[in-house]
Design a binder for this molecule. Structure first.
Ligand code: GP9
Ligand code: MN
Length: 403
């Protein structure tokens, strides 16, 4: 039966944060969600030999809500874990990719909810449709249409590394967006800024960084290219009249530079990459652009788990009955909290990682007791979320709803 769910339901209910006064601020608008491959926050407003790495985004965040303490929470399922977090406000699994292992579960995902509210729902990604089991999982999550490799013109000339380059991807995606009934919820997944960060010479827009890590050197070049692709996309959205009636949300899916490159990274950032700094490097950009709203930097600690209620509230949709672990990032009563899939926990003042409690302000080690309550809370949430997935518990919830 579903009795196992009631304990979790209680936890979730107590954990709810009421919406902010932005509730309904984007009501009825299209939602354009963009997954920025391997994009970490340290590139934002940063430079390589004086050259901006993300000149377009640096401007765009000044007319958007920009969250600078937003963490990825992915595990082995990488991009697909980020997608799972955002659509469900559930954590991905500690091992394997939930897109593969639990694609047959019952969920109550964002596309399904929005579809019921009259939205057309689509995912756009120019890779093979079965990569990460997306073709199966997208149906489970309620995507009505998946524009995949076969829906794009992919040639040798317009591809690099993993496939279609981001600029032609966005250019061709405009045609798909134009053909959709509105309002739509469309998720676009970029690809060029993917390890090993290959790029054609002709797409190089800045002079390369020189360090012993070829990976880091290349990374700056592909991030710069991705930034250019976003600029092209936003210009096209404006030309097509889609910009003013859409809320645009961009997020980094997970890290691109692993701790194997700590030495070069430390050189670049001008500090030693301690476990504390490594955890802080798990910040990924979150940018929310709402037409007519002024730019604002929001430094509240949050993570990908928080996007589902944030998006629903912006669209004026209540989440009281939703089973999920996130909180609206705009809520005045939200807790400042993010748990990583490895159990590391970040709050406003403390960071727990690699068995050590750190004071956030100084980055110095501090007494474990300061971190203990958050660490326990993080462990509890991961456990509850795992239980939902392993037990397919939302099928009981779905049944309740229909009774
Ligand atoms: C593949 C793309 C990249 O389709 O999403 O996957 P990743 O390796 O980052 O999970
Ligand atoms: Mn990825």
């Amino acid at each position: 039966d579903g009795s196992e769910l009631s304990e979790i339901e209680n936890y979730v209910r107590v954990n709810k944060a009421r919406p902010s006064d932005l509730f309904g601020a984007a009501k009825g608008k299209n939602v354009i969600l963009i997954s920025l491959e391997s994009t970490q926050s340290f590139v934002i407003d940063n430079r390589v030999y004086g050259q901006e790495i993300t000149p377009f985004l640096n401007d765009f965040i000044r007319e958007s809500y920009y969250f600078d303490n937003f963490y990825h929470q992915t595990g082995q399922g990488k991009t697909s874990d980020a997608e799972f977090l955002i659509d469900n406000s559930l954590y991905p699994l500690g091992r394997g990719a939930v897109f593969f292992t639990h694609a047959g579960n019952e969920y109550r995902a964002l596309p399904e909810i929005l579809n019921e509210k009259g939205y057309f729902t689509a995912a756009l990604h120019a890779n093979n449709k079965s990569f990460w089991n997306r073709d199966i999982m997208y149906e489970t999550l309620g995507y009505q249409r998946f524009y995949h490799m076969d829906d794009y013109e992919v040639t040798e000339e317009n591809s690099v590394g993993w496939g279609l380059k981001d600029i032609p991807f966005f250019e061709q995606s405009i045609g798909h967006l134009k053909s959709m009934p509105q309002p739509f919820y469309a998720k676009l997944i970029t690809l060029t800024n993917h390890h090993p960060f290959e790029l054609d010479e002709s797409d190089r827009l800045i002079e390369p960084y020189q360090s012993a890590s070829k990976t880091l050197n290349q990374y700056f070049l592909t991030v710069r290219y991705e930034d250019e692709a976003l600029k092209v996309f936003i210009e096209k959205l404006k030309e097509e009249g889609l910009y003013d009636n859409s809320v645009i949300i961009m997020y980094g899916d997970h890290y691109g530079i692993s701790p194997n490159h700590n030495e070069a990274m430390g050189e670049y950032l001008g500090k030693e990459i301690t476990p504390f700094e490594n955890a802080q490097l798990q910040r990924v950009p979150l940018i929310i652009h709402i037409p007519g709203h002024k730019g604002k930097v929001i430094s509240t600690v949050g993570g990908q788990i928080d996007l589902k209620p944030t998006i629903l509230h912006l669209l004026g949709i209540e989440t009281d009955d939703d089973i999920g672990f996130g909180q609206d990032l705009f809520s005045p009563e939200r807790r400042e909290f993010a748990v990583f899939r490895d159990g590391s926990v970040v709050t406003k003042d403390y960071l727990w990682t690699a068995g050590t409690c750190y004071d956030k302000e100084s980055g110095e080690e501090t007494e474990e007791r300061y971190c203990a309550p958050f660490r326990e809370r993080g462990a509890e949430e991961l456990k509850y979320s795992d239980r939902i997935i392993y037990g397919d518990l939302l099928r009981f919830y779905a049944k309740d709803e229909k009774d």
